[in-house]
Every structure is written in C-alpha cells, then in structure tokens.
Design a protein. Structure first.
Length: 458
C-alpha cells in the first residue's frame, strides 16, 4: 500500500461515500502481516510503530495485536485451510490475497468474531489494497471457509509429525527438533500449543534505578521466586520505568540466566558480555554488579554497530565496544566471567516472535552452529584461570545445546561443567542431571532458554 494512503487512514481521515472503508484495526493487521512476510519486517518492532501513528483506542489496538500476531503464528494452519477452497496451489496465489486470506481465516477460526463480520471486514481491506476483482476472490474463498467446520478431523490419520505441524502451525523440522529433545509426542504437543498462546510481557527492575516495589505500585505483578521480575498486563512502551530506562522488558527465562550467572560472582572480577545486543542481559548484569561490587569491571561487546548503540542506551558508553567477538585479538584484556549469549535459531522464543518459525531453516542452523563454536573458542582464549563461561541460547535444538557442550569439552580438556545445582543462589528451574539448564515454555512459562557454565581448571 502507498505510504501516504496508509498514513491518511491511520490518522482517521474520512473517504468519500462508496469508497472502500476498512476498519483501521484490520487494515493495520494486514499491512503488518504483509510487511513481515514480503519485506522482512519484524512484528515486535513494526507493530508498535504502526499503532503509535493510529488513532485507535486501546481496545482496537489490542484487537489489532491479537489479529496480527495470531495470523503470523498460525499461517501454516491457515494456508492448509485455504488450500482446500482454492483453484490452485496456495503458493501460486497473489501475495496480497495470501495475506488477506490469512487474516480473514484467523478471525473465522481463532477469534471471537462473527463469520459475516470477519468476511465483510476483510473484503473491505481487500478492495482498498488489492482492487475489486481480487476482493471478490477473497470474498468467495472466505465464505467457503466460514461455511466449513474447520475442525481438521482428517489430520487424525496422519503421522504425528505432519499432524502436529499442520494443526499447530510449526514447520516440520522444528517439530522434529523438539521431539529429539523431549522424546514424548504428548509433551511436544503441549509445547506447540504454548508457543501459540500470546504472552504478556515480563519486565525487570534494574537494581539501583528502580525496584520491584515501584513496579508493583505502578500496576505490575511480581513473578513468584524473582526478586526483580514482574509481569505487566499493559503496554511496556507506555510504562514509566521502561520509558525512563530504569527497567527493561525481559522474559523471565533471560532473568534466570542473568541471576544464575551472578550466583558465581566473587569480589573484584572482570565481566564480559560477548554478544550484548540489544542489551537486556547486559543492562541487568551491569546494574546488578554496580550495586553489589564496586570493584567489579564490566564490558559489553556487540559486533553490529546499530545494536551496539542500543546497548549504550542502557549501559555506560565507555563500557560498550563493537568488535568481531570470534577474534580474541580484538580484546586487549582477559576476563574472569564471560557471557556467550550466542546468536541462535530462536526456537525457544516462538511465542513472542511470531514470524521466526517461518524465517529459519535447517541451513541457518548449520551457519549458526559454526558461529557459536567460534564464539566459544574465542571466549576460552579470553578466559582467566579459574574463570567461568556462561554459554546461553534461546533454543532447545540439540545441535545448539548439548552438541556444543560435548564439542567444547572435547576440545578444551581444562574446562569442566560447573553444575548449576551446586550454586546456592541459582534458580532451580530446568536444571538437568548434568548441571546444565533447559527451560521449556509449556513447563516454565518462559522462553526455552538453555544455559551451561564452563569453568577453567587451574
């Protein structure tokens, strides 16, 4: 859609009688889905920008968010349903029609929207963005969908992998990777269902800048077992401590990672966050250390310049650098504690990043595993004697977790796992028999974080 037309509609300008008149909520939802699928936009970044420009009230913004995120999460299932009523393969349909059908089918099958409203309102959007002819096609398909039960009973005859992939809208390779770890199709199904539920944001009070008491007074709810963590029912960008950069939006799984790593602290250590962008863990580490140990030093590194600028907003500029962390010679110092929060497939955060499941593939995994291995090798060379590396991924994939642990220990014989369960102040969630940690969304109400501590002997 032309930017000026979208801007006019978002600002609530009235068009002539007889012209297409889509609701703002559905128009924004379509525009976001289209930008994510066709232009590479990130939903969690672009949607707040579109909502901020609109004249919608809180209820309509909430509707837009549910429709947008839901359509993106469930588009695999929606595509399967649409294909039943198409005269061609779904991939052969015009991209605009594809995304219009997705938001229409989501309203019909997943939301509390009357069928006639779901169809007619989506058709109004189609008239505006695709023209009358394509709108008629969208109308015909959505009417057939609305007249169907859409219970997908036929999936019961399929093998578990294919059935769950379609029913819960996850690519088969992701479903398979979950089964490789969990070894139980019933548990896998629970995880897939949890990935499709919207999550209210977790936030963290940065020590010295805000407190859990303040967050609660402003309407947040403390997370049981967390001294600084709370859950927020509202919009984080409208929450004063977030606006003032005294607190951060941070999933409880990431808070556990930081607090577990801090549980290894002794006085006067040097700390490095090797892959710090966009800065959530770095901010929590930095502010915590600033309050508990004036002799500690902290450095955050983020190789991508624009992400390094985000880190500078929450950590003092002098303590943020932008190096290629796979080359240890870029650093002039060595460290006692190194956090390797490695780039990964993000399969543990699919509930919060609705498009991620469609953007990653098995080839990405191969490249990421190599990068993770190189970062660990660099961290080893930068680690002081008796130092500790925290290796972290937001993914449960075996190649990014246990596979990396085995490879690292095989290569560096003076490194051992430091079991998390022997640290008195560490969280107990997700700790495995070998002392590593794997969180699961359906069990821990968090992102699926993996964590292992490696300690250098002597």
């Amino acid at each position: 859609m032309q930017g000026s037309l979208l801007e006019d509609l978002l600002l609530g300008k009235v068009y002539q009688l007889g012209k297409p008149n889509p609701s703002q909520s559905r128009l924004v939802a379509y525009e976001l889905v289209y930008q994510v699928n066709r232009e590479g936009a990130f939903a969690n970044i672009r949607l707040p920008e579109l909502l901020a420009k609109s004249k919608m009230d809180k209820a309509d913004k909430a509707f837009t968010t549910e429709l947008t995120y839901g359509s993106l999460r469930m588009q695999g299932r929606h595509d399967y349903i649409a294909t039943k009523f198409l005269d061609r393969m779904f991939t052969e349909v015009d991209p605009k029609i594809q995304d219009l059908l997705r938001i229409g089918i989501h309203q019909i099958t997943q939301m509390r929207v009357a069928d006639h409203a779901a169809v007619s309102e989506t058709v109004e959007v189609a008239k505006l963005v695709a023209g009358e002819s394509k709108a008629s096609y969208v109308n015909a398909v959505l009417r057939k969908v609305a007249a169907s039960s859409n219970d997908l009973a036929e999936l019961a005859d399929l093998p578990s992998l294919k059935r769950l992939s379609i029913a819960y809208s996850h690519p088969e390779w992701i479903v398979s990777s979950f089964y490789d770890q969990i070894k139980d199709w019933v548990e896998v199904e629970k995880l897939l269902a949890a990935n499709n539920l919207p999550a209210t944001p977790d936030i963290v009070a940065w020590p010295g800048k805000s407190s859990i008491t303040e967050l609660i007074q402003l309407g947040a709810t403390q997370i049981s077992g967390f001294s600084n963590g709370a859950n927020l029912s509202g919009i984080p960008s409208e929450f004063d401590p977030i606006i003032q950069r005294r607190a951060g939006v941070q999933d409880r799984g990431s808070q556990i990672v930081v607090e577990n790593f801090l549980a290894t602290a002794t006085v006067g250590q040097s700390w490095l966050d090797m892959c710090a962008g966009p800065g959530g863990k770095a901010a929590y580490l930095f502010n915590s250390l600033s309050q508990t140990d004036s002799a500690a030093t902290f450095l955050a590194n983020e190789p991508i310049p624009h992400r390094a600028e985000l880190v500078k907003r929450v950590v003092n500029n002098q303590q943020v650098v932008s190096f290629d962390a796979t080359d240890p010679s870029n650093f002039s110092l060595t460290f006692d504690r190194i956090l390797v929060d490695a780039p990964c497939t993000g399969l543990g955060a699919l509930r919060r990043r609705p498009e991620a499941r469609w953007r990653r593939n098995i080839n990405d995994l191969k490249e990421l595993v190599t990068l993770q291995r190189n970062l660990l090798s660099s961290a080893y060379k930068l680690l002081n004697s008796n130092g500790i590396i925290a290796y972290v991924t937001c993914s449960p994939h075996v190649a990014e977790t246990r596979g990396q642990v085995l490879d690292f220990l095989d290569q560096y014989k003076d490194m051992n796992i430091l079991p998390l369960n022997i640290l008195p102040n560490a969280h107990k969630q997700g700790i495995l028999s070998d002392g590593t940690m794997q969180l699961w969304t359906h069990q821990d109400q968090s992102d699926g974080m993996f964590m292992v501590l490696f300690k250098k002997v002597g």
